[in-house]
Design a binder for this molecule. Structure first.
Ligand code: CP
Ligand code: NVA
Length: 307
């Protein structure tokens, strides 16, 4: 059956746990320079309507490492930027490649594309969600601290695509998110597409959100697409900077994560992001490994694990 990964909850808990185990094996083989080419002759189309460093690189390198090839398309140089309906693009592109990754604006765009696609579609970031990043973040947590089930994640800052996806992941995998946003930037549960509110709690004071957390994380104050609000956001978010005081009230072995790119001196201090609790470089690297596991799963299903 055709499977897409348009939001975190598109895969069930057991599928996510399979992906984490698969990513561990794929990463370990890669680190030992053992070639692994299950996707020979498969082609990935990557469609970008917003900028990217990590997402493009990890998908393109990942597909190459699995034996396939990747084609980069952007709005500027394709008919998508000249008003070709996204449904038509879905029909045509999915007849020529085996899998598609899209980074775009509204979630509705990727859903319309997927509903006209013959092949799996992966969300490489929309205004609402960033599920590949949260796959990498949770895999990184597991590598450093073990299972995330029952743990507490502190989300400090904007209730953006990253925040929404953490909230969905908490429902799927059974952990809690303590959210602290400035007034006016609160979580919208319908936008996050949650089953309920059992897995998150909102805190007015970011220090309270960080208290006792196993993982503290944040993101830029102004996401791509909201640049016109940058000046007002700089003022509104000034007290939502993750600093050493916030890390000090989290668990002593808490890790710090940021999906990157980061703005030191805005959402996080240099002391924290460059400090001993930060795992941001592992987090970035793990995009490569989890997405290889994801593409393998969407194209081949569950495969026998080999060491
Ligand atoms: N974290 C992330 O998605 O980075 P890019 O915008 O560089 O792809
Ligand atoms: N929330 C950020 C994440 C960038 C990877 C954005 O959407 O711009």
């Amino acid at each position: 059956m055709l499977k897409h990964f348009l939001q975190f909850k598109d895969l069930a808990r057991d599928e996510h746990l399979y992906l984490f185990e698969r990513a561990r094996l794929i990463k370990s083989r890669f680190k030992r320079y053992q070639p692994y080419h299950p996707l020979v002759d498969r082609t990935l189309a990557m469609i970008f309507e917003k900028s990217s460093t990590r997402t493009r690189l990890s998908f393109e390198a990942g597909m190459h490492q699995l034996g396939g090839s990747a084609i980069y398309l952007n709005t500027r140089d394709t008919q998508l930027g000249r008003g070709e309906p996204v449904e038509d693009a879905g029909e045509v592109i999915s007849r020529m490649v085996d899998i598609v990754m899209i980074r775009t604006f509204e979630q509705e765009i990727i859903e319309r594309f997927a509903s006209h696609s013959r092949v799996p579609v992966i969300n490489g970031l929309t205004n609402e969600y960033h599920p590949c990043q949260i796959l990498a973040d949770i895999f990184t947590f597991i590598e450093h601290r073990g299972s995330i089930q029952g743990k507490t994640v502190a989300w400090i800052g904007d209730s953006n695509n990253m925040c929404n996806t953490w909230l969905q992941a908490a429902e799927v995998l059974g952990f809690n998110v303590h959210v602290s946003t400035p007034p006016g930037y609160e979580v919208e549960p319908e936008r996050a597409n949650l089953y309920g509110t059992d897995h998150f709690e909102s805190f007015a004071d970011p220090m309270d959100a960080c208290r006792g957390a196993d993982l503290v994380t944040t993101d830029v104050w102004t996401s791509m697409g909201w640049e016109a609000e940058n000046d007002e956001r700089l003022k509104a978010f000034a007290d939502w900077q993750v600093d050493a005081d916030m890390m000090a009230v989290a668990k002593s072995d808490a890790v710090f994560m940021h999906c990157l790119p980061a703005h030191r001196g805005e959402e996080v201090t240099a002391e924290v992001i460059d400090g001993p609790q930060s795992v941001v470089w592992d987090e970035a690297e793990n995009r490569l490994h989890v997405q290889k596991a994801l593409m393998e799963y969407l194209l081949l299903g569950k495969v026998e694990t080999e060491q």
